[in-house]
Design a protein around this ligand. Sequence first.
Ligand SMILES: [Zn+2]
Length: 509
Amino acid sequence: MAQRFYLTTPIYYVNAEPHIGHAYTTIMSDIIARHHRQRDEEVFFLTGTDEHSSNVVRLAAEAGRTPREHADLNAERFRALGGVVEATTDFFIRTTDAEHVAAVGRVMERLRESGDVYRGTYAGWYCSSCERFYAEDELDEGRLCPIHRTPVGWLEEENWFFRLSAYRDRLLAHYDAHPEWVLPPARRNEARRMIEDGLEDLSISRAGVEWGVPVPWDPDQTVYVWVDALFNYYTALEYARPGEDLVARFWPPDLHVMAKDILKFHAVIWPALLMASGLELPRREMIHGYVLKGGEKMSKTTGNVVDPFPFITEYGIDALRYYLAREIRFGEDGTFTAEGFEARYSQELANELGNLLNRVVSMVGRYRGGTVPADAGVDGEIAAEVSAAVDATVAAYDRLDISRAIEDDWRLVQRLNRLVEQRAPWTLAKDPARAAELDQTLFSLAEGLRAVAILLWPVIPGSSERILAALGQDPAETGLARAAWGAGRPGAQVRPEGPLFPRVEEKVA
Ligand SMILES: [Zn+2]
């Protein structure tokens, strides 16, 4: 059976306005999903929406809708976002799905069977936008939520608690046995420190909140929205494909991808909940940084939002995918600027890659009637560089160093451009005695570019498929094995295309 690979985005909070941060998480996850599909692995890629928030109830009431109507409306925006960024997700979970609600009930029973669930009183500062309590010293001056910078409220009630404090040693042991299970190392250390410093028990239910999953043994309470949300990664597998047991096939997740603001939930609370439920822990979590503009996190609440949609309209989705994946080191914060975007678009995508395709196709057309010549086997150096790029790409993806993988692939783009200059096919074409040299050059360019298209396919899928089609290759043949030197169709007929990345005159910003 094929190797399997299960990866997830976080489920997005249904009331949020989809912004560049959501697009970034989904795009990076999709790049990884596509790469693993290229390796012939059986991939399951999950995304969805987090809908049981008290804010949904409030905002729905303000808009004259039921919470369900409100959630339906807003969930669609995130489903649409996945379509716009061309994410190849296999399932879109909504925490209001009846199957999820029922499954969370079952999971809560499992948690309770651990003996680590008890009834107690909670009192503390609560941010209703974050859906979490804050300790006094975590708050900003004036008792403001450190994320939202809005006043927190004092909440005091009888809840069900999870004895998170009892998991300290087990969590630390897991961190020590699996040093790379949370990446990058700075985030791992941050999460480990939270555990080392001591954990407080977690309130896992709320009283008087009807919009949520009822606690099975105490229907007056609903499950704390974060517990409900985290278990989506498990419950989705129970019903995503009716009649198929995806839990047996795909659990545990190979990779959770998320932004750093939800580190504690995923790297401290989630593993403890899984331990208590007797479920295997995810193999890796990748915690990425923020997409910054002017040095501040872009989000609705802090203002300063970059809207990705005009860039997609103007430059195409591949340009946005490429820019984000190459510009921002995965795991670190990065800055989105319109100038930087336009520079990479025109210098790299249009000039280096788009022009290379254009030159190869037109030279094969002009000098060889459109048929890519056969390999005479004398360009061993180029063949070796292609092979090295494939290995480097796979290794970089295994380390989740996506920008590095693109840099490695791009060196090949630049190498092929240099090859054009070095061999000067227009000069070779004038000398019949050098026909074999011209043949080899055109073959090496077409074959190298074919490999580049496959290597870059996870990042710029539509453009890669256009490159393959223009080279007379099957655009559906994007598996990594096809990137091997000489794996292309022999005697392919090139098909001239319009520019891959057309010049854009107007600036978006
Ligand atoms: Zn908050």
